[in-house]
Design a protein around this ligand. Structure first.
Ligand code: NAP
Ligand code: MG
Length: 406
């Protein structure tokens, strides 16, 4: 810490959601080395580690989401989503749901992902000099479908029974032989909140917003998405976009894909659930590494929950437990903290806090650009004289540079 430096004060607490395994180890180190020496950190702490979730029958997850609604900004560590193996490993009372799913359902959010860009880790697409933010609708479509196989000759119809008992039928297909069939849905309320989350985040980041679907083929389903976005944009956001000099435009998904590849980045790409699932993995990989991808859940009423896009890095944790050296990249978790601190600072008018978060981001990027990095990046980096460091050394190298900036 800088001698005689007065710590930066906070007014409203951040909602802090602690997590599991290697990311839990990193979480504590980030606080100890990079935040608490400089900031009089105020958080409302929720332990979402699997043991605590099990002990509280997962009430802790619900409480943390409610706290996020109350205070507006949260920072979350990666957490284990239990499967059968984890139920055994942790002697769980039951296979608790994914914390992210629970939090998303309570906040009614959209997930936005953006890569952290550093010199030396070059995107596979050479023109991408600015981040591409993917906004993925996280409700419905193929993820909440109903599907079946058809055997032999069969007539398949859509049947809707309205509240007053009326039946509406529509032919899907007259099967001559075996086949497959699927029904899916979305709701106007969810599409509207998706649209608002995208427009709010584009305004927050001062970037253009692109939206794409296949409305030429899906003239009702996808077209409804297009119409809702257009209506909400015109009625609620157009004036603000014009004021900021940013743009909203809609295009067909095939055209969007071609434009994205030719672009230099620097925009938000709103995607339907499936498109967002596929495209976010493609964009993340094309930018370099999962450990450099940040994620934020934005609710339609402007609540923010920041996290890393990766998981708890279980393999590294088991090595850590065996006393072996680890080289886990903490960038995405650091940026979850800086994102949350910056947002808290903006909302509370704390310029020092915003500027601290900026400096921490700069120090982190500088560390990698000067050739000090964890193993995952060392494999990709084109920087000369790079040095591969362990988990803790990487954070110490950032701390050194941060002190120099403060
Ligand atoms: P993961 O934790 O993302 O790790 C997969 C692999 O990616 C690691 O083994 C490692 O590769 C590499 N990696 C990921 N993050 C890294 C980092 N920060 N630094 C260096 N390398 C990194 O995914 P997983 O192993 O499939 O899942 C582990 C647990 O995380 C699961 O229990 C899952 O439920 C949970 N999870 C949570 C979230 C969340 O809370 N948002 C998201 C996804 C998964 P190498 O082993 O080759 O070094
Ligand atoms: Mg996926």
């Amino acid at each position: 810490m800088v001698p005689n430096m007065e710590k930066i004060k906070m007014t409203t607490p951040l909602v802090e959601m602690d997590g599991d395994e290697m990311t839990r180890i990193i979480w504590q180190m980030i606080k100890d080395k990079l935040i608490c020496p400089f900031v009089d950190l105020k958080t409302e702490y929720y332990d979402l580690g699997l043991e605590k979730r099990n002990e509280t029958d997962d009430q802790i997850t619900i409480d943390s989401a409610e706290a996020t609604k109350k205070y507006g900004v949260a920072v979350k560590c990666a957490t284990i989503t239990p499967n059968a193996e984890r139920v055994k490993e942790y002697s769980l009372k039951k296979m608790w749901k994914s914390p992210n799913g629970t939090i998303r359902a309570i906040l009614d959010g959209t997930v936005l992902r953006a890569p952290i860009i550093v010199k030396g880790i070059e995107p596979f697409v050479k023109t991408w000099t600015k981040p591409i933010i993917i906004a993925r609708h996280a409700y419905g479509d193929v993820y909440k479908n109903s599907e079946m196989t058809i055997e032999g000759k069969a007539k398949a119809e859509l049947l809707v029974t309205t509240a007053d008992g009326k039946e509406i039928r529509q032919l899907i297909h007259d099967f001559d032989g075996n086949g497959v069939l699927m029904g899916m849905h979305n709701t106007e309320a969810s599409i509207k909140s998706f649209a608002r989350a995208c427009f709010n985040y584009a305004i927050d980041q001062r970037v253009d917003c692109w939206f794409s679907t296949k409305d030429t083929i899906s003239k009702i389903y996808d077209h409804t998405f297009k119409d809702i976005f257009q209506e909400i944009f015109e009625n609620e956001y157009q004036a603000k976009f014009e004021e900021l000099g940013i743009e909203y435009f809609y295009t067909l998904i095939d055209d969007a894909v071609a434009r994205v590849i030719r672009s230099d980045g620097g925009f938000l790409w709103a995607c339907k659930n499936y498109d967002g699932d596929v495209m976010s993995d493609m964009v993340a990989t094309a930018f370099g590494s999962l450990a450099m991808m940040t994620s934020v859940l934005v609710s339609p009423d402007g609540k923010f929950e920041y996290e890393a896009a990766h998981g708890t890095v279980q393999r590294h944790y088991y090595n850590h437990l065996k006393g072996k050296e680890t080289s886990t990249n903490s960038m995405a978790t650091i940026f979850a903290w800086t994102g949350a601190l910056k947002k808290r600072g903006e909302l509370d008018g704390l310029k020092d806090l915003v500027s601290f978060a900026d400096k921490l981001e700069e120090a982190s990027i500088q560390t990698i650009e000067e050739g000090i990095m964890t193993k995952d990046l060392a494999l990709l980096s084109t920087v000369e004289n790079k040095r591969t460091v362990n988990t803790e050394e990487f954070l110490d190298a950032i701390a050194e540079r941060l002190v120099a900036k403060i």
